[in-house]
Design a protein around this ligand. Structure first.
Ligand code: HEM
Length: 330
């Protein structure tokens, strides 16, 4: 076995050992109302802003893929290791920091004495994981089991962002490389990219595809070009999923994303590459077809891949800390 494969195996073994220390009952004594508070906090935020479901789901992904699910993404610019929130791909794009901070306050307020006499109880990383689980539920999608007991990092890692967060211009091989190194298979990767059934993207992230690629539905492209000109309008938004429900509802968690890929209505390059009539995309095409024809199959694959994501390299036991405020280490 090559040494790089060995190190992937080693990382996966260590991650599995850490995630084995997580449990569904972790806060049962110290903060039995924690889950309810987090879920209500998300429900209220989504009621005020439908897009928040998408934003919080993405926040968990961007947390877990960089240094594991340790809430490093929430740390502000004063943190050791740099400011992940301010890094390319996150800045001007990730949303919902204030929602998580408010939930953290509300949760700590209901934790039990004497446990809470010794400091904060519920980690920001757990709050992110439980909040993300609530997002598809709030938009009529699936749910999954989240184990608890993650601890928060004391530092961020801006340098890990580029290597770990997949970019929208990647092809299948590049996307697969981002996911396989973290223990995901091709089905997981395609299912997780279905997270784009909700939420929005900025013109600057799909302009290249819109004006240069031929495998884009003409009517769809014409519609997009109104709001995403060849120059300017970088931050103008379009729904990631051109929902086919009547009336269209981009905030509905369903399998339209995969149906759309079959008619070349993927918004991002990294989406449409999953369904192209090319040899390279062959394996992902079958998965797209399966999810397009069965919403249940998509929901089940998405839920199991999200549960896997939530267990990526957690800090447990005496590692890290439980932050008092999610944006700054204690
Ligand atoms: C497969 C590789 C992926 C790539 C290349 C990618 C890329 C992107 C890009 C470029 C945006 C738009 C950001 C902006 O314009 O501000 C976006 C948004 C989003 N992504 Fe991904 N993403 C990927 C995987 C995922 C995964 C695994 C999830 C979650 C399971 C996810 C959930 C979302 C959501 C929900 C949004 C919308 C956020 C909002 O409206 O605030 N993405 N993604």
């Amino acid at each position: 076995m090559a040494s790089s494969s060995l190190s992937v195996v080693l990382i996966l073994c260590l991650a599995a050992a850490a995630s084995a220390q997580l449990s569904t009952t972790f806060y049962d004594k110290s903060c039995p109302l924690a889950l309810e508070k987090i879920q209500n906090g998300v429900a209220t935020a989504v009621k005020n802003d439908r897009r928040m479901a998408a934003s919080l789901l993405r926040m968990h992904f961007h947390d877990c893929f960089v240094q594991g699910c340790d809430a490093s993404v929430l740390l502000n610019e004063t943190s050791v290791g740099g400011n992940e929130r301010g890094a390319f791909g996150n800045v001007g794009s990730l949303r919902g920091f204030e929602v998580i901070e408010q939930i953290k306050k509300d949760v700590e307020a209901v934790c039990k004495k004497p446990y809470s006499n010794h400091g904060p109880i519920v980690s920001c990383a757990d709050i992110l994981a439980v909040a993300a689980r609530r997002c598809p539920v709030a938009t009529h999608g699936p749910s999954w089991e989240v184990k608890l007991g993650r601890r928060d990092s004391t530092m961020a890692s801006v340098t890990q962002i580029d290597q770990n967060l997949p970019a929208p211009f990647l092809g299948v091989a590049g996307l697969n490389a981002s996911f396989v190194g973290k223990g995901f298979n091709l089905t997981d990767m395609v299912a997780l990219s279905g997270g784009h059934t909700i939420g929005m993207a900025q013109c600057q992230n799909f302009r290249g595809r819109l004006y240069n690629e031929s495998n884009i539905n003409t009517t769809y492209a014409t519609k997009l070009k109104f709001n995403c000109p060849q120059s300017g309008g970088n931050t103008n938004l379009a729904p990631l999923d051109d929902d086919t429900t009547i009336p269209p509802n981009p905030d509905l968690f369903n399998n339209d994303y995969f149906i759309n890929l079959q008619s070349e209505k993927g918004l991002l390059h990294s989406e449409q590459v999953l369904y192209n009539a090319t040899a390279a995309a062959g394996a992902t095409e079958d998965i797209v077809k399966a999810f397009a024809s069965s919403q249940a199959a998509f929901f089940s694959a998405f839920a199991s891949a999200m549960a896997k994501m939530a267990n990526l390299s957690p800090l447990t036991g005496s590692q890290g800390q439980v932050r008092s405020v999610c944006s700054i280490p204690n």
